[in-house]
Design a protein around this ligand. Structure first.
Ligand SMILES: [Zn+2]
Ligand SMILES: [Zn+2]
Length: 263
């Protein structure tokens, strides 16, 4: 499996992806908003884009579908419940569906509600697993829920589906927000040495050649995976003095998401 992470350099800071089979040159495009860049990378590599996957229905993820499909004849795949919001879906995706690319690549669709209620992540069945997580999980952060999502569902997705993946899983998010997210982590957990070191490393990173994190790294630096951390819980009580004495992980997650909205 070959992964090409494409930096769009737009104001939303989107990443697009091409995933190719090295044997056949077939490729799948994830959220190819910057259709010109995606098409030109595929051309340079000699790949044929045969499928487009939208992780979810927001315009900064679907906005390049038309042009990529017109140029390549690719099929469009998206969450089954996105039928009403994404035009032209050829294949509906649900939990556990397998998407094949060429002869060698297999991607599993995960049904990951929270950012929106019709969001899929793709998990590669490769020696080192890779997770293409759209706007669900970001480097050191989590997607917001203003555009049709729910924090409680996002919590379920994080703890029930993402946190249980192997530590070495590579994380490929839909946007580049890492420095800002690490600053939020440090605001919640000022003593987090791993987050401090990583922030120094990535503060001036070139998004054309970004850090690719792993779930192990995320568990160290992403507040939304650190729901039992004493500092995270203590700092939360400063913002929300009425929290119950016994704090459950779901409340911590939902309150962190609320704080992040205005941060
Ligand atoms: Zn979105
Ligand atoms: Zn987005």
């Amino acid at each position: 499996m070959i992964v090409e992470q494409i930096w769009t350099a737009n104001s939303y800071r989107n990443f697009n992806y091409l995933i190719a089979c090295p044997e056949t040159g077939d490729a799948l495009a994830i959220d190819p908003l910057d259709h010109q860049k995606c098409l030109s990378v595929a051309k340079d590599k000699g790949w044929n884009i045969t499928q487009v996957v939208n992780t979810h229905e927001h315009g900064d993820h679907t906005g390049g579908n038309k042009q990529v499909i017109a140029a390549t004849g690719a099929k469009l795949l998206a969450h089954a419940n996105a039928k009403g919001t994404i035009p032209g879906i050829d294949r509906s995706l649900g939990a556990g569906d397998i998407i094949k690319v060429g002869k060698t690549v297999e991607l599993e669709s995960l049904d990951t509600p929270g950012h929106t209620m019709s969001h899929v992540c793709l998990l590669s069945h490769s020696d080192t697993p890779a997770l293409f997580c759209g706007d669900t999980l970001f480097n050191a952060g989590a997607g917001n829920c203003h555009g049709g999502g729910h924090p409680a569902e996002l919590y379920q997705t994080f703890t029930g589906q993402l946190a249980v993946l192997p530590d070495e899983t590579l994380v490929y998010p839909g946007h580049e927000y890492i420095a800002n997210n690490l600053e939020f982590t440090l605001d919640r957990e000022p003593g987090n040495a791993a987050a401090k070191t990583l922030l120094a490393d990535v503060a001036n990173q070139n998004p054309d050649n970004p850090l690719v994190s792993t779930l192990a790294i995320e568990k160290e630096v992403n507040t939304f995976f650190r729901l039992h951390n004493p500092s995270v819980m203590a700092r939360l009580r400063e913002s929300f003095p009425d929290l119950p004495v016994e704090l459950d992980a779901k409340t911590v997650f939902v309150k962190l998401r609320e704080l992040r909205n205005d941060w």
